[in-house]
Design a protein around this ligand. Structure first.
Ligand SMILES: CC(C)(COP(=O)([O-])OP(=O)([O-])OC[C@H]1O[C@@H](n2cnc3c(N)ncnc32)[C@H](O)[C@@H]1OP(=O)([O-])[O-])[C@@H](O)C(=O)NCCC(=O)NCCSC(=O)C[C@@](C)(O)CC(=O)[O-]
Length: 300
C-alpha cells in the first residue's frame, strides 16, 4: 500500500496535553496556546473537555477557554464529551465538534469513565442523537488499543469490536489510542489490519503516546497501513490521569518533521509550532518534550 500523501494532524495538546497537569494553569495561558496553534496552521485543535471536574480538575475551565479563543474559519475546535451532560455543556459553549471516548479494556473503562464498555456505548447513544439533531460531528476514541495498564494484553479483535460500534453509531472517525505507549510497529500494523477489515481506513486515526519511544515508528507503520490522520500534542505534552507512568502524546513537531521528510505537506509552520510549544513549556516550567523543537531551539 502506498503511503498517503494527504495527512491530517489532530492537535490534542490543549486537552490531552494539559489534562494531567497538577498545577493550576490560567485560562489566559490555555487560550494563548490554542491561538498560537491556530496561528501555526493547525487545522484541528482539541481545546478542552466537558467532563466531571471532580475526575479531571484541569479541564474545569473549558467553557472559559472556548469563550476566549479566536476561532479561525476552516479550523475545527473540538472538545471531549463523555455523556449527554457534557454534550449539552459543549453545545452551550458553541462547540461544533465533540469526541466520545471508550476503551478496549474493561478495567480502563471503569477507572476512566466509571462504567463498563457496554454501558459507555449505551451512554453515547443519546449524545449521538443530540449531536445529529444539532448538526455536530462526533469523533470516537478507543483507549488501550495496544495494551492496558490494568488488563495487560488487548487483542486487536477486541479493539475492532469497540471501534465498529462507535463507527456504526455515527462517529465519522475513530481514533485508536495507544494510551500507555507500549505498542510496537509490528503490533500497530496488525491492529490496523484487523480493525481495517471492519472500518474503512480513511475513517481511522492513530493516537500514540511516546512512553516507550515508539510513537514515530508506530506512525510510520500506520502510514504503511494507509492511515492518514494522527493525533499529536505540541511539545509532547501530556500523560493520562488513569494510566500511571504514561508520558505525553507524540510531539506534533516531531510528527511534522517525519511527514516533511516523506514529502507530505500539511501547511503547518514548523517555527510557529515550535514557538507555541516552547511558550507553554515555559508557562508550565517544563522541559520541551519534542526532540525536533529542542534541536531547532538550540540552533537559534
Ligand atoms: C464520565 C463521568 C462523568 C462519570 O462519572 P460518574 O461519577 O460516574 O458520573 P455520574 O453520572 O454518577 O455523576 C456524578 C457527578 O458528576 C457530574 N457529572 C456527570 N457528568 C458530567 C459532565 N460531563 N460534566 C460535569 N459534571 C458531570 C454529575 O452532575 C454529578 O454531580 P453531583 O450531583 O455529584 O454534583 C466521569 O467519570 C468523567 O468525567 N470522566 C472523565 C475522565 C476523563 O476525562 N479522562 C481523560 C480523557 S480520556 C483520555 O485521555 C484518553 C484519550 C481520549 O486521550 C485516548 C488515549 O490516549 O487513550
Amino acid at each position: 500500500m502506498d503511503i498517503p500523501q494527504q495527512v491530517r494532524l489532530v492537535e490534542v495538546g490543549p486537552r490531552d496535553g494539559l489534562q494531567n497537569e497538577k498545577q493550576p494553569i490560567e485560562v489566559a495561558d490555555k487560550v494563548r496556546l490554542v491561538d498560537d496553534l491556530t496561528e501555526a496552521g493547525l487545522g484541528y485543535i482539541e481545546v478542552g473537555s466537558f467532563v466531571s471536574p471532580k475526575w479531571v480538575p484541569q479541564m474545569a475551565g473549558s467553557a472559559e477557554v472556548f469563550a476566549g479563543i479566536r476561532q479561525k474559519p476552516g479550523v475545527t475546535y473540538a472538545a471531549l464529551a463523555p455523556n449527554l451532560k457534557g454534550f449539552e455543556a459543549a453545545l452551550e459553549s458553541g462547540v461544533k465538534e465533540v469526541a466520545v471516548f471508550a476503551a478496549a479494556s474493561e478495567a480502563f473503562s471503569q477507572r476512566n469513565i466509571n462504567c463498563s464498555i457496554a454501558e459507555s456505548l449505551e451512554r453515547f447513544v443519546p449524545v449521538m442523537d443530540a449531536a445529529r439533531q444539532h448538526g455536530i460531528r462526533v469523533r470516537g476514541y478507543v483507549s488501550c488499543v495496544l495494551g492496558c495498564p490494568y488488563d495487560g494484553f488487548i487483542a486487536p479483535e477486541q479493539v475492532a469490536g469497540v471501534a465498529r460500534e462507535l463507527h456504526a453509531m455515527g462517529c465519522y472517525e475513530v481514533s485508536l489510542g495507544d494510551t500507555i505507549g507500549t505498542g510496537t510497529a509490528g503490533d500497530t500494523r496488525r491492529l490496523f489490519e484487523v480493525v481495517g477489515k471492519d472500518i474503512p481506513r480513511d475513517k481511522l486515526a492513530g493516537h500514540f503516546h511516546d512512553t516507550y519511544g515508539q510513537a514515530l515508528a508506530n506512525i510510520y507503520a500506520s502510514l504503511l497501513e494507509g492511515i492518514a490522520v494522527f493525533d499529536s500534542s505540541v511539545a509532547g505534552l501530556g500523560g493520562c490521569p488513569y494510566a500511571k507512568g504514561a508520558t505525553g502524546n507524540v510531539a506534533s513537531e516531531d510528527v511534522l518533521y517525519l511527514l516533511e521528510g516523506l514529502g507530505i505537506r500539511t501547511g503547518i509552520d514548523m517555527d510557529k509550532l515550535i514557538d507555541a510549544g516552547q511558550r507553554i513549556c515555559q508557562v508550565l516550567g517544563k522541559a520541551n518534550g519534542s526532540r525536533v523543537a529542542r534541536a531547532r531551539l538550540a540552533q537559534r
